[in-house]
Each structure stands twice: as C-alpha cells, then as structure tokens.
Design a protein around this ligand. Structure first.
Ligand code: ACM
Length: 531
C-alpha cells in the first residue's frame, strides 16, 4: 500500500500548505511536496532470462489493487486459462479478487490485458510484447506460448512475495517499461533421471514448475536404466512388475502408470512444455533384461543391478525378438506422448561391436518413425546413418561433423557446462565430477553457436540441462543441483548472445533467492553470486 500512502501524504501536505496561507493558522513547516513518506521499493527489473529488448519507462509503476482485473481476448479459448494462471498467482499472495473477464476493444484503465494478435507473426511461437504503464499492463503474443512466457515475466517483475501462499501486504508494483522478447533457440530443456532414483509425479511437477518460471519448454524424462524401469507397458507387464522394484544403492524403486505419465504430460502442456520420454537402448537396459533375459547376446543371472557401473548391458541386435520387444514398448510410449519426439538413449554401449550398434540404431530409428515420432539419441547415434529429421544430443565430444553430414540438428548438453549432476565445487556434497566441477559461471559462460567447429546459430536446436540421478534422490536434491544453474542455462538458451553478460546475470539472479524461499525451492548459495 505504500504507493497509495505516498499519494495520500502528498495531498495532505498540499492541504497543509494551503492552510499555511490562512492568516489565523499557526505557523507550519512546509513539507517538500515530492518527498515520499516511505523508502520507495526497488523497481529495477531483474528478469531471468534477460529479455531480448527492455526499455524502462519514466512514468509511475502499475500497482495491483483490489480492483485490478485481467481482461482476455474474447473468443480466444487458449488465452482464458493463461489469464486464470496469472489470476491464481496474484490472488493467493495479494488476497485481491483479480477477476478474469473477456472483452473486445480497448481495456478499461487498471486492467492487465492478454491478447493474441494474428498480425504479430514476427513474435514467433514463443515471443511476446509487454507494455506496462501506470494505468495498464498489455501483453501481446502471436501464440499462446508467448503469452504464457510473458506472464512469467510479469511474475518476475512483481515483488518476490508474489510467490507467497498466504496473503501479504506489499506494494504490488510492476515497473513502467516495454519489453519485446523472444527466444534465441527453440529447444530449452531440462532432463531428470528417474531410472537411477525414482521421483514421484508431484516431484516431477515441481521440476516442471521450475522450468516454466525460467521459460524452458522441454522436459526430457530418462525413464529406464540398468537400475530400474519406470513406465507401465501394458503389453509387457513384467517390465514394471519386476524391473521397477530396484534402484541405485538399493531401495524400493517405483514406476509411473500410464495415467501418472499422462498427468505429467498434461501438467507440462498447461505450461507450454513438451515432454520427451527416453527409453534407453540398446545399453543401460539391465532392468528390462532382468525381465526378458532372452534379449541379451551374453546371458548372465537376471539379478537386479543397483551399482554405479555403466556400458556393460545391452539388448542383442542380432535377435528378432529384440525388435519385437522395442516395437511393443515404443508403440505404447508413442501413443501416450502427444509431443513429436521419442528419445532412445543410445549412449555408452561398450559390449557391442560397431556393426551391431549401427544395425540396432537403424532399426530403432525405423520403429520410432513408424509410430510417428522424431527420434532423438545421445551423440553416439551419429555412428549410424541418421535421417535428416533425427536429432543428436551432444554431451561429450565432437559428434557435430557426423550429425551435420546427415542434415541433423543438435541439442547441446556439454557435460562441462550443462550437466547439473556435476558437483559445483569439491566441497558441495551432491553430484559427481567426472567432467569437472560446474560452478554457476561455467553453466552461464559459453556460446552454443561457437561451442564446437561446424556449429552455427541455425544448426543448434537448443540446449538441455541433464540431471543424472546417481546422487539425486528427491526434489530437494534436484532443486539444489538446478538452482541457480538451470536459470543460467535458461538464459544461454533464450537471450541473444549480445544481450548476455555474467555480471548482469549474477546481480539479477541474486534477487531471485527470496522468490525461491517463498516457493520452497532449495538452492546452492554460490559464492559467485552477490546474494
Ligand atoms: C550420458 O551422459 N551418458 C549421455
């Protein structure tokens, strides 16, 4: 309420000055009319990722009050839920009613207006334009995803307390400004590994919330590994009945029913995030092989595996039963995945010959395509002949030349910058360090378009931040490994290179810590950030 109070005091001091002119009045000390009664709140925008263009206005801020409403375009069915999302965020912390209404024409003063504009194609699939003045907030996009991202910007322009679950009294002010924003790359992802340690549906949704706050648009779920199988396959019930009962280091494991998975997909869709399921093959497949030992080339006792070794297990590329099995699995996973992609892993296969591996990847690619999906695999798949639409995910070395020779685009997840399962420093408890330590600045300071010879702005599809699950057992650990590195990588993927600056990032992200505390998000208090 400080802005209201400020105006009230200005008026009162004006009255006092008027009063001072009357002869009978006692002497009063004139008050400077413009001096605020209270320290003004800091309205510096600290948006992450940094918008492509942001111009501060000179006028007063927009202040959300008990009469503020949200107006959405009449007839645009996808705008209403985005308006409701914003209203729900505002209602819980402000305790104001924040009504959402549909209207055409110009919005009444004091409203936040969300509008889809057919003639703003230049904003692309995810861009938006935000204009904030003292009497209105106008958010325009060409597509709903742009409106959703713009709402995240409005959220970050408001005080951190906007994230509170209980009503608080604050100056709910948004600084006057104009933002024109759209992402640098179309793919900005995070990956979680429920194969090593299972996470619940709610935990996965909490990770989705974090992705959404930082305008990321892909959730890659690594659903199977040597240590556990985590997705129900109706035609192969033993995969979960047997293969889900283990996890790394021992413990109960777990799995998602197809309904659970659909709940995750829907939750992500409502936040304009595409779910990419990964069914790991031919390696990292021991949990499946304990239930179908006939699918190995070299049988061994089908005991659950809970250790850390990798590279040793593989489906047998020389047996037709192997392809019948992956057909069954891919068919069902494709059917419950509305997004266009299916990830087959393909990494770290030490127990097959190159010719066996190449044969397997070619057959897997055909099966993924048969069920209408684009295949993605870790960079090792570039040993096989890829179709141009197939996507390689780089993580360690120079697979760029091979990928580009097929016309494939690349997702960049270099372990030295983007692996969120690496320790921040030797002192941080969780994580591994086989690719080195990844402090926040390491996650931030690299340029995807020049990262390796042959890469350009247009053959990079985007970036993705994997959190492998060896040491990560719950959402508290996921968040600690993600924050603040995931926001740093979100900015790598979103903001034009010329608009990125480490000193700017570190001062902006420092201001997000109170927001994470309201949200209950655990984070690493890096000494590189001026908290
Ligand atoms: C990987 O880290 N094995 C993709």
């Amino acid at each position: 309420m400080k802005y209201v109070r400020f105006h009230t005091i200005t008026i009162i001091s004006g009255l006092l000055l008027v009063g001072a002119c009357r002869p009978a009045a006692p002497p009063v000390t004139p008050q400077p009319a413009t001096k605020p009664a209270v320290k003004p709140i800091d309205l510096t925008p600290r948006v992450v990722p940094q918008p492509a263009s942001l111009t501060r206005g000179t006028g007063a801020p927009f202040v959300i009050t008990a009469t503020t409403g949200i107006v959405v375009d009449a007839g645009a069915g996808q705008v209403q839920p985005i308006g409701e999302t914003l209203a729900m965020l505002l209602r819980k912390s402000t305790s104001f009613p924040v009504l959402v209404s549909q209207a055409g024409g110009t919005a009444a003063p004091g409203t936040i207006r969300l509008r889809l504009a057919n003639d703003r194609q230049s904003l692309g699939e995810e861009g938006y334009e935000l204009t904030v003045a003292s009497d209105s907030v106008v958010l325009v996009a060409y597509r709903p995803a742009g409106l959703f991202h713009g709402v995240q910007t409005i959220r970050q322009l408001l005080p951190s307390a906007i994230e509170s679950e209980i009503g608080l009294e604050r100056d709910w002010a948004i600084p006057a400004l104009t933002i024109a924003d759209q992402p640098r790359f179309p793919w900005r992802g995070g990956m979680i590994d429920v194969g090593r340690h299972f996470l619940t549906v709610r935990e996965v949704q909490q990770f989705i919330d974090l992705l959404a706050l930082y305008k990321m648009n892909v959730l890659h779920i690594h659903l199977t590994d040597d240590q556990g199988w985590r997705i129900q396959i109706n035609s192969r019930p033993r995969l979960t009945a047997v293969g889900s009962l283990s996890q790394m280091g021992g413990g109960p494991g777990g799995f998602f029913t197809q309904q659970d998975y659909t709940d995750i997909v829907r939750y992500a869709q409502a936040r304009y995030i595409t779910v990419v399921p990964e069914i790991e093959m031919p390696g990292h497949s021991w949990a499946a092989l304990t239930t179908y030992p006939e699918l190995t080339c070299k049988p061994r006792p089908p005991d659950p595996y809970t250790g850390p070794d990798l590279g040793w297990s593989a489906l047998c590329p020389d047996k037709e039963v192997t392809y019948a099995y992956i057909d069954d699995v891919i068919k069902e996973v494709a059917a419950i995945t509305p997004g266009p992609y299916l990830h087959i892993g393909g990494d770290e296969v030490a127990s097959l010959s190159d010719s066996q591996y190449v044969k397997f990847i070619g057959r897997a690619q055909d099966i993924v395509n048969k069920y209408g999906k684009v295949m993605i695999g870790w960079e090792e798949i570039t040993k096989a002949k890829l179709k141009p639409a197939t996507i390689a995910q780089m993580w360690k070395s120079d697979s760029v030349t091979a990928a580009l020779s097929y016309g494939s685009k690349l997702i960049l997840s270099p372990a030295t910058h983007a692996y969120l399962d690496m320790q921040y420093t030797p002192e941080t408890e969780l994580g591994l360090h086989w690719s080195g330590y990844v402090e926040v600045r390491d996650a931030y300071d690299w340029n995807p378009a020049t990262f390796a010879p042959g890469l350009t702005e247009s053959n990079v599809l985007g970036i993705e931040a994997p959190i492998w699950g060896e040491t990560v057992r719950n959402i508290g650990a996921v968040n600690y490994m993600s924050v603040p590195r995931l926001p740093a990588l979100a900015e790598v993927g979103w903001t034009p290179q010329a608009g990125r600056d480490w000193d700017s990032f570190r001062s902006r992200i420092a201001a997000h810590a109170p927001r994470w505390r309201y949200l209950g998000v655990n984070y690493y208090p890096s000494p590189q950030i001026p908290w």
